[in-house]
Design a protein around this ligand. Structure first.
Ligand code: PFF
Length: 465
């Protein structure tokens, strides 16, 4: 098809690099920093890296490409997009809107925790956050446990974080999201390379590096290999912001004259590079700190808010490195929450016909109300659990382990068997000479991706990753 310039009434990205950096900003988030290094360390170092990269360029590529193409072809928010693609699949649009609406509030609560730690390291209180303390019953607890159980501070930092994130969304796609991403993403890259370079100069880093990079086959059974594959697929899904409606929304703002295939490759490289570099910071430094104890590399909040402050505290120049690190995490989280908020805001604009500012206001109020439940779940309501999970963990589980795999599975069925892959391929080919990975794409969407989705759905019930 011939290339032609487009004019979009809803606004959109003004450049290809703007789109790529915004989508990469969405993909690069807490998942890259607190999940990837842990999984790599746990599943045989280099083996995990290799499996992850193979899945990124096949499975991840196909899913991300599909979402962006659906978005650009329909030019609508998720609800309109799925309906336009195939009326019978319209309920998927609602699911794709519900997922970011449920993730955004708790993601912002965690963003608030990051702000707190960033502030602490900037004001010279990083060492304080690294100490342990005692609770009212005299038990030894981490400062992090003390902080989140306190309600007031987490609530205030959460509110500040929501307001900062929403500024970019209120300003719109080109003037807000694109501008912010073009500034923040290069800063993030410089920070991660700088901190990574520094940690590698520390004494003993070589051993940690070997552990992270070299394939470790000792005790690596067939069962372990299957678990590694499940972990890699799960991580990829999480890391690339797939099945959250985000890529459909961002795709709907993409210019017709830019290549979808090329953009997806660039987003993937950015996301994988940041995850890899985060591992270069975290694995060797925790390794040195713990005297080579592999089990001290944890996953999730425990790593970021408990172990790492202690690691920084023990490093020469740790106060400074800690401050830089938490700025890095704040930037990564911020651009991800902006993409979640934009996806929900686009739905409100389209469905209720409100202005962008008003729609964003509605989303902010909703986020604050639902997010407060997560804040309360760790403090005043800590005895309240849902299926044995705190409120925040429940939202995380319901979205990541149930709703997202279902949405991705059904999207594959819709594209592979209902509207057929031509629907995506025509959009990818728009103005392009060829779709290089077309064959690979078809096999992935019709067969491999649906199987992988079923695997993700059953894994949490069979084993704990
Ligand atoms: N892809 C981003 C990350 O890796 O953190 C954003 C994200 C992932 C947000 C998963 C929310 C989520 F549940």
């Amino acid at each position: 098809m011939k290339k032609e310039k487009t004019t979009r009434s809803r606004g959109g990205f003004g450049s290809k690099i703007g789109f790529v950096l915004a989508a990469a900003g969405s993909a690069v988030g807490l998942g890259n920093i607190w999940r990837f290094p842990y999984l790599a360390a746990k599943y045989g170092g280099g083996i995990f890296l290799l499996v992850y990269i193979i899945f990124a360029v096949t499975f991840g590529f196909a899913l991300m490409l599909t979402e962006i193409a659906i978005g650009r072809r329909t030019g609508k928010s998720v609800i309109g997009a799925y309906r336009s693609a195939d009326k019978r699949f319209a309920p998927l649009g609602w699911l794709a809107a519900a997922i970011p609406a449920l993730i955004l509030p708790y993601y912002c609560v965690i963003g608030g925790w990051v702000l707190k730690y960033m502030t602490a390291f900037f004001t010279g209180n990083g060492a304080h956050m690294a100490e342990n303390t005692t609770d009212s019953a005299g038990n030894e607890i981490s400062r992090f446990a003390e902080f989140i159980s306190g309600f007031g501070q987490p609530a205030v930092f959460f509110l500040i974080y929501v307001l900062i994130g929403s500024a970019a969304v209120v300003l719109g796609v080109e003037k807000g999201i694109e501008k912010v991403s073009k500034i923040l993403m290069p800063v993030l890259l410089i920070l991660i390379i700088g901190i990574g370079g520094y940690t590698l100069t520390l004494k003993g880093a070589g051993e940690g590096l070997k552990y992270y990079l070299l394939p470790n086959f000792s005790g690596f059974t067939a069962g372990m290999f299957l678990k590694t594959i499940a972990a890699a697929v799960g991580q990829l899904f999480y890391s690339m912001s797939i099945a959250m409606g985000i890529m459909v929304t961002y795709g709907s703002y993409m210019r017709k004259e830019d290549s979808i295939e090329g953009s997806v490759r660039q987003i993937e490289i950015f996301d994988t590079a940041v995850a890899f570099l985060a591992g270069l910071i975290i694995v060797p430094s925790v390794f040195i700190f713990s005297g080579g104890d592999k089990d001290s590399i944890k996953v999730g909040p425990g790593l970021m808010f408990d172990t790492l402050p202690k690691v920084f505290d023990s490093m020469p120049g740790g106060q400074f490195i800690g401050a830089a690190f938490f700025v890095l995490v704040a930037l990564a989280a911020l651009t991800s929450s902006i993409s979640l908020m934009e996806t929900v805001t686009a739905v409100v604009i389209e469905k209720f016909g409100l202005s962008r500012a008003k729609s964003c206001g509605v989303v902010i109020v909703f986020t604050i109300i639902i997010g407060m439940l997560s804040v309360l779940g760790y403090s005043k309501w800590s005895d309240f659990t849902i299926f044995d999970m705190q409120i925040l963990d429940f939202f995380d589980f319901a979205t990541n382990n149930l709703m997202m795999p279902v949405l991705a599975f059904m999207t594959c069925i819709m594209i592979g068997y209902a509207v057929k892959t031509k629907y995506v391929e025509e959009e990818v080919m728009y103005g392009e000479k060829q779709f290089r990975s077309k064959k690979l794409y078809e096999v992935m969407i019709k067969y491999i991706c649906p199987v992988c989705m079923i695997m993700i759905l059953i894994t949490p019930f069979v084993t704990k990753i």
